[in-house]
Structure formats: C-alpha cells, structure tokens
Design a protein around this ligand. Sequence first.
Ligand code: G4P
Length: 527
Amino acid sequence: MTLREEIDRRRTFAIISHPDAGKTTLTEKLLLFGGAIHVAGAVKSNKIRKSATSDFMEIERQRGISVATSVMGFEYKDVKINILDTPGHEDFAEDTYRTLTAVDSVIIVIDGAKGVETQTRKLMNVCRMRKTPVMVFINKLDRPCKDPFDLLDEVERELQIKVRPLAFPISSGTTFKGVYNLYEHNLSLFTSDERQTADASTVEIADIASDELDRYVGERFAQQLRSDVELVEGVYDPFDRQTYLNGETAPVFFGSAVNNFGVRELLECFIRIAPSPRPSATETRHVEPAEQKMTGFIFKIHANMDPNHRDRIAFMKICSGVFERNKNYLHVRSGKQLKFSSPTAFMAEKKSVIDYAYPGDIVGLHDTGTFKIGDTFTEGEKLKFTGIPSFSPELFRYIENADPMKFKQLAKGIDQLMDEGVAQLFTSNLNGRKIIGTVGALQFEVIQYRLEHEYGAMCRWEPISIHKACWIESDNQEQLADFKKRKHTNMAVDKHGRDVFLADTGYALSLAQENFKDIKFKFTSEF
Ligand code: G4P
C-alpha cells in the first residue's frame, strides 16, 4: 500500500462525554464491531471510577492498566481506526485536552435524559478552538429521554455548533421503538437485548411511507415518525460533509450503547465521513501527512506503575511520512539523534512491537525520563508542533520537602511529573517557594503518592490563596515592566521561565486587566 493509501484509510479520534453518559460503553461496542475484543467488559474494567471519594489505590492500579487502553486500534472494513482514550474523571481533564490535540475528529456522547452537561461543554470549547470535526451520539434512548427536537436545540445552543440529525428516534424509554436512519433511509427496530455482542438486534425496512412501518411500530408511532422526519427535512439543511469537516456542523445519531443499538449506523457513517489525518501546524509551517519525511510529536507520557522499572511510555502521534523502527530521528528539543528498538502500537488491549507506523497512528516510545509533552521528532528539520495547550490551573498549594535527606529525589520527581503534564510548577518571586497548580484536587494526592512510591521522596502541602494563574505578555515593554514591579509579590515564573501573574481574587484580576490594557492575560499557554 502506498503512503497515500495508508493515510486515507486511517481515522484517529476520541470519544468525549460527561462522566456516565456512556463513553466507555460505546468504546467497547465499537471495539466489538472491529473484532478487537470479544467480550463485553474488557474496556470497562479499566476505567477510573468516578465516585467523589475515589479509592486512590484503585485509581493508581487503573492508571497502570490504562496504558494498554490509552490507544485502541482496530480494523473495520479495511479502515484503520485509532480510538484515543480520555480519562473519565474530570480532575484529569487536562489529559483529555492534550489528547484532543492528537485526534482528527471527535465523537461526543450525550445522555438523552440529561442533555448537555458541564464537562461536555468544556471539552467542546477545545474542539471549537481547534475546529475539530465532531459527531454527536445521543445515548440511553432505552430510558425516558428529553424530546429529540429539544435535545437537538440544546446541543446547538449549548455546544455552539449547528446540528444535522442523520438518524431520528421513535419515542424513548419503555416505548422506544427504534431509530430511522436518515442517512441510509432505513429503519432499525429496537428490541432490548442484553447480549451485547456485535450482532445488533435490528430489523430493516426500506420506506417509512409504507404500511410496513405501521406493522412494526404501530400506527401512532408510525405517524409520529413521518411527521418528525418531515420536520427534520424541512428545518435542517441537507447534510453537507464539508461543513462537518470544517467543524461547523455536527451530524447527530441516536441510540443505546449498552444495547448495542444505533452503534453500527454511527460507525458506518463515521468511516465514510470522518476525516483521515489532517495537516498539523508547526511554528514555521503546516505539515502535510503525505510528506515523505517522518514527523511526530508527543502528546502524552505515561509512567510505568512497576516500582522496579521507572521507565515511562511516551505516546507519539505520527503527523507525516513513515515511522520506522531502529531508524534515527532528530529529537528537536535536545538536538540529539535517537532511535527506537521497540516502538509499540496498540491494537485493542494488546500492545505489540511494530516496524512501521503511518500518519494518524500512535506509537508508544520507551522513555527513561528524557521526553516532555510537546516534544517533536523529525528527520532533521527543526520543527515544533503547536497547539498543545497548558491550561491555567485552578487549585494551588505550596509544595515543601518533608524529608531533608531526599531533596534530590523530590526535585527529580517534581521535574518528571511536570514533564508528564500531571500539574504545573511555579516559582514565586516573593519568596522563591514552589507552588503546584492543578486543574483538579485529586492531582495533589496523585503527586504525593507518586513522589513517595516512584521517587522515594516525601512532600507536604501548604495552603496558598490564589484565585487564578495567568501568563502575561505584552508588546509594551514599559507597561510590562511596570506591572511586574507593582505586582512583584504576585508574580511567579513557570517551568519554562515565563512570567505568570497569580491573582489573589477575581476582582484583583479584573482590576489588573482594566488598568493594564496593553498586557495580555492568557489562560492557556502552549508548551
Ligand atoms: P462513561 O464512560 O461515559 O462514564 O459511561 P459508561 O459507559 O461507564 O456508562 C455509564 C453507565 O451508563 C453504565 O452503568 C452503563 O452501563 C450505562 N449505560 C451506557 N449506555 C447505556 C444505554 O444506552 N442505556 C442505559 N440504560 N444505560 C447505559 P453503570 O451502572 O454505571 O455501570 P454498569 O454497572 O452497568 O457497568
């Protein structure tokens, strides 16, 4: 197969949702279709439970296993599908944001009873920023759901994207009859089925105008469907693939993941319309996937949970060319040539050494602590991929050494955990103390636990009152210098030496924004 053909047959995407909407269940059903797993529950057991008082050991255990499910590859009808897993727990949202930089499209799962929830809204903001094409799967139709038109309106309003239903449900809950596929013009009838295998329990009829429909769903629901479909065709523009690819319109499907209903339709449509690997932006130019020379970047680093092996796995997304085992590549940040003797690929829950990988694929690289998120590999060109954001943290604590004998271990541990993107480190200008900023409370526990178990270091947290950290930049050097002088006690530097303003309160932040008009207060930064 030529490089072009390999690229065209790849679909790299992530499924995102608010916890409990059905992401794990849908992932699993897709894998069943691909024959990548054979029993339900294989993915499920890897997920981090979402209870408020999470069992921390459990999280650690799961995190270890989740290396295997970080990327799930499978083949379906000659299409190579790579699903990138995103953590369910919202405290790991930053991990999810970064994973979104490595995908070419996204499927959003929404609970039909609950509608659009907070986490979905936040993740959609990231997709919008990057113009990522999204498809929506409205799940749990076997339960009483909101009215489908209300749901479509809600998605449009809350996620700020135009929608185009490509399937339409007939009722929901106990009277749920099935879904009419507006894309293929056929009807799938729902019979609750707990077999949860790839054989969807559906019957198909070709024409909703025929009496056949009445026989299957009853006259009342048949009439309802005919008028709903008429309304859909009247209200929504015909589906236009280009607007989907531009991230302007989201095709919407309805179904019930746990019953494996509506999943095949979603997958069939997905492989037809979802984009193959797209060009990637660097600081200097756009990289086309079909370029002959290999380029790629690291979007995720995963520590090994085995205390006897400190090694980590760095996940590299291939952006162009063909990646080859044992070939030298330039690690742009260090300027060193590196080669990998055992790069791994991920097929369902299995990990295996590969010889080649193509654009859109994710390769696992063995890392002894040299890599950082955002690192670029090329065949010599000094490129740096952009768009891997670091979000302004929301929770802050001073980190102190609790064991004076282990100072070095602590410094190394903090350094490596920050490289993995677990949290962010700031050094206060006021007192030189180290501040850790995170997006979720759980991260403090994770850091403390990992410092102790992986690095043999002890830390102690001390409270600090900060409302928000933001990066500051300005073309007006005079104003910038003045600001830094006046706000000296609230200034810090991040790991890369960039200036950060630590605002005590929301009021202090808006006052600063008001008084220093030439300064940009940034809430995301790129690595
Ligand atoms: P998440 O990854 O988005 O957090 O959601 P997950 O798939 O774990 O699904 C959350 C819960 O919703 C699970 O129940 C799952 O079985 C259920 N679910 C998923 N799809 C459907 C559906 O189409 N209909 C209905 N009725 N339920 C669905 P759980 O009780 O948390 O877990 P489990 O004990 O069933 O495994």
